[in-house]
Design a protein around this ligand. Sequence first.
Ligand SMILES: [Mg+2]
Length: 351
Amino acid sequence: MDRLDRMRGCLLLSAAGDALGYAVEFDRLKEIQKTYGPNGIQSYELSPFDHKAIFSDDTQMTLFTAEGLLFASARKDRSEKEYIWLAYMDWLTTQFDDAPEPFQKCRILDEKRLHHRRAPGNTCLGALKGGVMGTMEEPINHSKGCGGIMRIAPCALVHRDRHEAAVSAAEASALTHTHPMGYIPSATMAFILHSIVWEEETDMKQIVLDAMHDTEELFPGNAYMPEYMDLMNRAVACAENSKSDMENIRELGEGWVADEAMAIAAYCAMRHPTDASAVLRAAVNHDGDSDSTGAVAGAIVGAMIGKEAIPAEWTKHLECRALIEAMADDLFKAAQDPASLPKMYRSEVIQ
Ligand SMILES: [Mg+2]
């Protein structure tokens, strides 16, 4: 399978998991089962207006992360995290009319379908409106919500270097979530995606174990690491027991916070490493943040199987499908040769 197919698969199945889960984001499992039956939601709840599968802020922000990375890879006048921050400021304009200091350069702003509020996280909105970039060194809040990890898959696609991919993902998350558990799990996620996309590893359990090991090395002595590694080890153990996905995910949390979202997504990916439908259904049917766990798990398995292996039911009705693919294509170009990116990313130096 070629790398471009993996990158497309990553972003598409992530959006699909987000869209499947968005319909039940705030529902407890019991409520989901009451509506959709004992196995929970199994297929998209299509918009009654145009029969599209609607995704949430998770995918919106993932696409804006991609835009920031494209600008950063083609221009060297600002740091990567600054360009991602600027792209998020453009996302903010899609949520509010009076957003502060928009960048107004992201080409995806032209896509009207992105100009909708889809339950955006208060931490993201608050941090961006506050106008101060969060960093790992200079915290702006104490949030470990999953709003950071849900949007950083593009960081692992564009960076060939494993260490750079993980630092990029952690920094992009820390822009808005500066509790260590708000950005450290993003490094784990980037390590997992990097193994799949760039190293063509296929043993999902080993991929997760390697990512855990590398995360510990990247943040030596972090006070929260032992507890996080316990949780991740529980995910690894759960993936090998005989219990149902619903029972196992209950053991791992609800995914509103980033460490739990990573654990749930890693568990789902280890249980269903090559089955797009099974991983999405597992990842969204629980008490917690279904769209974010769906998005994170979908990104992992989508990268593993590639776009061509994703069943049509997950791509056919997905809104902005062509745009998502186009962003994956440009991330691929940025990783190969930034000079081949569309001119708008390269041309002018931004003041
Ligand atoms: Mg969401």
